[in-house]
Design a protein around this ligand. Sequence first.
Ligand SMILES: Nc1ncnc2c1ncn2[C@@H]1O[C@H](COP(=O)(O)OP(=O)(O)O)[C@@H](O)[C@H]1O
Ligand SMILES: [Mg+2]
Length: 258
Amino acid sequence: MIQRRSREGSTEPLALEVEGLTVTYGKEPALWNADVRLGRGSLAAVVGPNGAGKSTLLKAALGVVPRVSGRVRVLGEDPARRRRLVAYVPQRTSVDWDFPTTVLDVVMMGTYGRLGWFRRPGREERAMALGALEQMELADLADRQISELSGGQQQRVFLARALVQDAEVYFMDEPFAGVDAVTEQSVASLMGHLAQRGKTILSVHHDLATVPRYFEHAVLLNRVVQAVGTVKEVFHRGNLDRLYGGRVPADVPELAST
Ligand SMILES: Nc1ncnc2c1ncn2[C@@H]1O[C@H](COP(=O)(O)OP(=O)(O)O)[C@@H](O)[C@H]1O
Ligand SMILES: [Mg+2]
């Protein structure tokens, strides 16, 4: 359970509450009886081998995979009722990048939640989108087709879209995949700033070496949740050997000690 001390007497709901969650696509469960509780302001990495159910956990938190059993709450409600407060950065490889739309339009999609059904995005939303593109150093590419961008640039477009959404909870699926070192730094510090402002971040992260630098909390997942807690508590050699079946890369430099 990851929980920051809340104000005394406060009954503030958790950012994410997953209880006994089992998800199956075919025969084998992709997630088995998973429990994950994240307090608001958590900055958490989801770590585990390929096929461990990391993306599935995020999709369950978004309410877009069928649950066999279990319960998911985002800010105390069913995920379907929290869409407005949740930003999602999908795994880059899961997106069809050929759809004909400009970079600016993709980012403007992030503002739809605040507009409601009848208002179309206007000058204010456009300015917000351009501001977010600037923050991701993509302002020059605003009018380009999304399909023409490099992988790292596409990734940053999705991060810009999440930014304009001004969400409370951010689910990110490998946001660092394919970005260069400079962008990685700016994305990491952006996540840190969001968490400082009380936003909650749950991000699938592949690079074990940078987990202690970028995250405060970790969810160790391999179809079952093996451990959830602060990086200091759970991100150590013993747990990681168990998680990866003893195949932890030898050059992981910053493992917290057991
Ligand atoms: N839409 C789907 N249909 C069928 N099987 C799926 C689907 N999505 C994921 N899976 C399977 O579920 C398991 C977990 O997938 P996923 O959550 O994407 O893992 P990870 O993100 O940790 O690599 C894998 O075995 C994967 O093949
Ligand atoms: Mg995945």
